[in-house]
Ligand binder design. Structure first.
Ligand SMILES: NC(=O)C1=CN([C@@H]2O[C@H](COP(=O)(O)OP(=O)(O)OC[C@H]3O[C@@H](n4cnc5c(N)ncnc54)[C@H](OP(=O)(O)O)[C@@H]3O)[C@@H](O)[C@H]2O)C=CC1
Ligand SMILES: Cc1cn([C@H]2C[C@H](O)[C@@H](COP(=O)(O)OP(=O)(O)O[C@H]3O[C@@H](C)C(=O)[C@@H](O)[C@H]3O)O2)c(=O)[nH]c1=O
Length: 295
């Protein structure tokens, strides 16, 4: 019998990638929902949905991800990133479901200097990070069996809005661009994360909520990332390295964001592609999509 999987927030980057790859996993019946048809802040609607569709696993891709805007909308960010996750966890315990929840590198304060293990102390610098951490803590307290939190970082995709698309747009409009070089981390192609969730995440068995870190392999600064994007796209825009202090933003961001992925690479023996290889694949896909749209 097929296993029924609910994917929330499926019009976002990760949700869209899961949707594109889902047909490769015919053992599962997927229910892709968006904010319009299933608001994760509506506990009653969530409960009715999982009951009537006999859901076995929830993959929560819904989130409030506007990092700067969250500074002025802390209540809304908390409702989506924390309180709704608590409800999802409570429903998961009550209905004996598995919950796969996605979190972020922004739960760390960026003062580290070697990749953060999954149990490294958290200390978010901004509202978004605080609300995501509150969501993690609620999930761990309620503790649905067999569940997981996957922290990821610097996510991009051919779907939705992200740094890669911003750089491609600005790279076409401008001759030069200033990009921060003293914040380092690792980009994540949402398609690679989606593939991990479908091929492994859905199968992992634990008695509690297990925390994993997933990003592409390698390390770079936003500046390195921007340069690689311009090079792969064949754009001649000059990228200048600048310090964080020269680029004021509403939300503080961590200087050091690299996470230790060994629970995935070693414990689960899973191979993660290097960020440069995945970036090339995504940019190629974006090129093909724009050729199709313009022809
Ligand atoms: N983007 C990134 O760089 C990173 C993301 N993450 C985490 O990864 C996960 C996936 O992120 P990503 O795909 O990039 O996020 P996106 O912002 O691309 O997608 C999130 C989706 O959630 C939807 N959503 C928001 N509120 C609700 C709600 N109340 N009910 C149902 N759906 C809702 C949004 O809809 P709408 O557009 O209508 O608001 C959007 O479609 C999130 O948990 C995020 O915190 C972690 C690290 C980095
Ligand atoms: C557009 C732009 C950004 N930057 C800097 C600002 C910032 O430090 C960095 C990235 O900017 P963004 O606003 O695109 O990224 P940001 O919203 O901070 O991305 C984060 O999103 C959330 C959801 C996460 O969970 C994180 O892992 C991370 O991906 O690049 C420049 O230096 N120059 C520029 O022209």
């Amino acid at each position: 019998m097929k296993k029924n999987i609910l994917v929330t927030g499926s019009k976002g980057q990760l949700g869209s990638e899961l949707k594109e790859l889902a047909s490769d996993y015919p053992d599962h019946e997927f229910f892709f929902t968006s904010r319009e048809d299933l608001d994760i802040c509506n506990k009653k609607a969530l409960k009715e949905f999982v009951t009537s569709n006999q859901i076995e696993t929830i993959v929560n891709c819904a989130a409030y991800t506007a990092v700067d805007k969250a500074e002025s909308e802390p209540k809304l960010a908390d409702e989506i990133n924390h309180l709704a996750v608590k409800s999802l966890a409570e429903i998961s315990v009550e209905k004996n479901l598995r919950l796969i929840h996605i979190s972020t590198d922004y739960v760390f304060n960026g003062k580290g200097f070697r990749p953060y293990p999954t149990d490294h102390p958290t200390d978010p610098l901004n509202v978004y990070g605080n609300t995501k951490l509150a969501g993690e803590k609620a999930l761990i307290t309620v503790n649905p069996k067999n569940s997981m939190i996957i922290r990821t970082s610097w996510v991009y995709s051919s779907f939705g809005n992200n740094f890669v698309k911003t750089m491609l747009r600005l790279g076409k409009e401008r001759k030069e661009l200033n990009v921060i070089c003293d914040q380092v981390g690792a980009p994540t192609y949402a398609r690679d994360l989606a593939r991990f969730i479908l091929s492994r995440g859905l199968k992992v068995k634990t008695n509690q909520v297990a925390v994993y870190h997933f990003s592409n392999e390698g390390v770079c600064s936003w500046y390195d990332f921007a340069r690689e994007i311009m090079a792969d796209a064949g754009l001649e825009c000059e990228v200048n390295p600048i310090q964080t202090t020269a680029y004021p933003t509403l939300a503080k961001r961590p200087y050091y964001s690299l996470m230790d992925k060994s629970r995935i690479t070693t414990e689960l023996n899973y191979n993660i592609p290097n960020w440069k290889d995945s970036l090339k694949i995504c940019i190629q896909k974006l090129k093909e999509t724009s050729v199709r749209l313009n022809s």
